[in-house]
Design a protein around this ligand. Structure first.
Ligand code: MG
Length: 266
């Protein structure tokens, strides 16, 4: 082989490698503005934001707790009020969905009680939580703050809308006790290899009362108390609502499964 042809072969190899690499990076086999590319499915949105779209699974709409159970599999025993919302009764324990989920869009409305004495603060001030896959907690707490109200000076990564023990929300969008608040969550499940190593962390985007407080954030691992979070391999898991000894209320809970590759439609 001549020097010239060796160079030609070398350049050719680079070109083939580059093309192969680019192909590997492609997320679709369709070109720009390809009329043959399938359109996304139509989903009819609700008239009012916060109401479930037609493809959602309604987990609770005030009628019954048939979609929920206790940790031991017994029927959920939280109290339904006015055919509208449910409240955590004393010593009832957490409840969880009977169905399990992975990546999802989740809507939850919650309310902390009025009239909690000012001396009750820190993590005792209307504590609850929403756990994704039964492991990753978005904290529910009374973190409302204004000039006429006793500020709850708990640790920042334990206030409302925090990824508990890991990340405070970027802003505090809390409403006052007694007012309904919303969480709108987009969650991508973690992925594990065959050895159980986490190869992609869970990711979360959270809107609290319509305000984005986490944007595509990597979660550091399963929620833990006073220890660093870490991952251990698991499959799909339930949505869990936490009983932390306070009469927090929930209503209008619905969920939509999210595809692993949202833009890759065959
Ligand atoms: Mg909690």
């Amino acid at each position: 082989m001549t020097g010239k042809s060796r160079i030609g072969t070398f350049v050719g190899c680079i070109a083939i490698t580059a093309v192969t690499t680019l192909a590997a990076l492609e997320t679709t086999r369709y070109g720009v503005h390809d009329m043959g590319r399938p359109r996304p499915l139509v989903v009819t949105p609700a008239e009012q934001v916060g109401q479930p779209p037609l493809d959602a699974t309604v987990l609770f709409n005030g009628e019954d707790l048939s979609k929920w159970q206790k940790g031991n599999g017994a029927d959920a025993n939280w109290t339904i009020v006015d055919d509208d919302y449910m409240v955590v009764p004393p010593k009832a324990g957490d409840i969880r969905t009977r169905e399990v989920f992975g990546s999802c869009q989740l809507h939850v409305e919650w309310r902390t009680p009025e009239g909690v004495p000012a001396r009750v603060t820190n993590q005792d001030r209307s504590n609850s939580g929403v756990f994704l896959m039964g492991r990753y907690e978005v904290q529910v707490l009374d973190s409302y703050t204004d000039d006429n109200y006793q500020t709850n000076r708990t640790y920042a990564d334990g206030q409302a809308a925090s990824i508990y023990g890991q990340f405070p929300p970027t802003v505090n969008a809390c409403r006052a006790p007694g007012q309904w608040q919303t969480y709108d969550i987009a969650f991508m499940r973690p992925l594990f290899d065959e050895q159980g190593n986490c190869v992609r962390k869970a990711r979360i985007t959270l809107f609290h009362n319509g305000v984005c407080v986490h944007n595509n954030l990597d979660i550091e691992g399963a929620t833990a108390h006073k220890v660093k979070a870490k991952y251990s391999a698991h499959s799909e898991g339930p949505i869990v609502l936490q009983d932390h000894g306070n009469p927090v209320a929930y209503r209008n809970i619905w969920i939509r499964a999210l595809p692993e590759e949202p833009y890759l439609i065959e």
